[in-house]
Design a protein around this ligand. Sequence first.
Ligand code: ZN
Ligand code: ZN
Length: 223
Amino acid sequence: MPPEDFDELTSDAGEVALVQTTEVIADPLGHLSAEQVESIYQRYLEGEKVRDLFTEFSIKTNVNSLLPLLPHLERKDLTCPHCASHATQKRAARSNTANKPVCTGCDHIFPICRDDTCGCSACVNEYLGQLNGNGIHCRVPYEGLTLREKIILLAALTMAGPTDVACLSFVQLQRWHRRLAPTSEYQNKCISELFSRHIILVSSETSIDALDFYRQYERYDFL
Ligand SMILES: [Zn+2]
Ligand SMILES: [Zn+2]
């Protein structure tokens, strides 16, 4: 049980209107209408004590917390950009910030704050598509490379293991090595040049943390 669900576990928790039984009560809110359930949640948010609400609405339960009993909020106002399903949202405890709505059809998590990102496979693929542009479908031919780009690539290839030369990734270039550039800043500049021309691409194996780091700082260190 997450910590926010222990909202009524105070020193006088023994006074909570608990049912003194180990029997599992299947649906403690089953006798209430959806409107009553919403009203209980609103009154809980406004600060009313859970035990008083349990007593008033004859809620018999062997847990002393309201949140686990409540159905998730149906967020029909939110449509998933990937599968068009709607979202549900776990209710937040009164002292906590809102939980992120989640899609009912796939793994997508809806952002709450402007900087929130989702790590579902569809969002990651979408972001990789933005980063790589049309580079995945339209590779730069050897004849299209400038001499400088050929030299940088050749230097980069010397950093890859002998079996990896068919696929050069950012991971192989993330640590500065003087075989590629005299300083780490210059190495970043070289990588940036290749990346901006889609000569090297971000791999789908790149971790979500690395993508978030790049999204925030535009640094190639961990891509
Ligand atoms: Zn979805
Ligand atoms: Zn997503």
